[in-house]
Design a protein around this ligand. Structure first.
Ligand code: UDP
Ligand code: MG
Length: 322
């Protein structure tokens, strides 16, 4: 029996790029020698994205769609797509054609060789310099902070075997940093290098704020090192305080010897006091903030709200069954 490939495409205000996506992805899929379905998830777009997706479903039933009740974010849109994907392998692809659909055949080739996770790493990013620099720093920091073998410079463009998709779908968490979840799953993983293109049309939907939030999700969902930072800072500050106390004690007892080196005990000034209070206050606030990050996430999780809300669907859910 022929294998089935699902492609999940998150779309947020992508009306400008959708016609090119339908065309290029459709043509690439014709070379795969497999059945295909394309699941486009409209992440609460404010433009005509959903109308265009519905029209495409009416033209070609392999194109299916979901529309969220509001903007839930890229990672959530992809998660919903994975939930509905029925293929033997599922490919995750950005709508803006920065991940070239023509490269999917290389991912498929690795999958056919027996790999269950094939992710694409970017040899070159065509992004603004600041974004490139921050991404470079983030991937390296995350690698240091987590025990998982997180790949550098790998985005969400990847292929997942249905076994891996099943494991990811069973993960109940709300803060879904998919690259981390994918790494966490294990299985046989490999990577394929590709050059990331520029956006085919439209404007980037990942604002700095959204990218920062994603980076924080990655950091706090996959590492508890920041929690330990409080302990390290506390130890360092206590050690300094202890040394200071010993020094002051000796300065009083061995006043003559100390005087030879120019140390004379005297009333230590207000500045020293203010600096130490501010320093300790700062350290404590940082530690509280870190605790807050984790507690906030625990709070989000225990509320147990649905991860996404579906407003409409095309070819995926029976009418009225949202
Ligand atoms: N996207 C989404 N929800 C969002 C932001 C982005 O579904 O809130 C989608 C967007 O439509 C695109 C993909 O995520 O398919 C990547 O977004 P974008 O191209 O803006 O990010 P960048 O490539 O700049 O990282
Ligand atoms: Mg993009």
């Amino acid at each position: 029996m022929q294998k089935k490939i699902s492609v999940v495409v998150p779309c947020f205000n992508e009306e400008a790029v959708l016609p090119a996506l339908f065309d290029r992805l459709g043509r690439a899929a014709a070379t795969w020698q497999a059945d295909c379905e394309f699941i486009c998830v409209d992440d609460g777009s404010r433009d005509r994205t959903w109308e265009i997706l519905k029209a495409q479903n009416a033209r070609d039933a392999r194109w299916r769609g979901l529309s969220f009740a509001r903007n839930f974010g890229h990672q959530t849109a992809v998660s919903a797509g994975l939930h509905f994907a029925g293929g033997d392998a599922v490919v995750i692809l950005d709508a803006d054609l920065q991940d070239p659909p023509e490269e999917i055949s290389r991912l498929l080739q690795k999958w056919r060789e027996g790999y269950e996770v094939v992710f694409a790493t970017r040899t070159q990013r065509k992004d603004p310099p600041l974004k490139k620099f921050l991404a470079w720093g983030f991937y390296r920091l995350l690698q240091k902070l987590t025990p998982l073998p997180m790949a550098r410079d790998a985005g969400d463009f990847c292929l997942l075997d249905k076994k891996v998709v099943a494991v990811m779908n069973a993960m109940p968490e709300r803060n879904r940093y998919l690259r981390g979840l994918r790494t966490w799953c294990g299985f046989r993983q490999t990577s394929v290098e590709f050059e990331r293109a520029e956006r085919a049309a439209g404007v980037a939907q990942y604002t700095f704020k959204k990218s920062f939030r994603l980076a924080m999700d990655g950091m706090f969902s996959f590492s508890t090192v920041p929690l330990r930072l409080a302990t390290y800072l506390g130890l360092a500050v206590s050690a300094c305080a202890f040394l200071g106390a010993v020094f002051t004690f000796c300065e009083k007892v061995f006043a003559d010897t100390f005087a030879k080196f120019g140390f004379t005990p005297g009333p230590h000034g207000i500045p020293t006091l203010v600096i130490s209070i501010l320093f300790l206050g700062g350290v404590q606030l940082i530690c509280l903030g870190i605790l807050g990050e984790y507690i906030g996430r625990i709070y989000e999780e225990v509320k147990g709200r649905p991860i996404w809300v579906i407003r409409d669907s095309a070819g995926l859910l029976p009418p009225g069954k949202n």
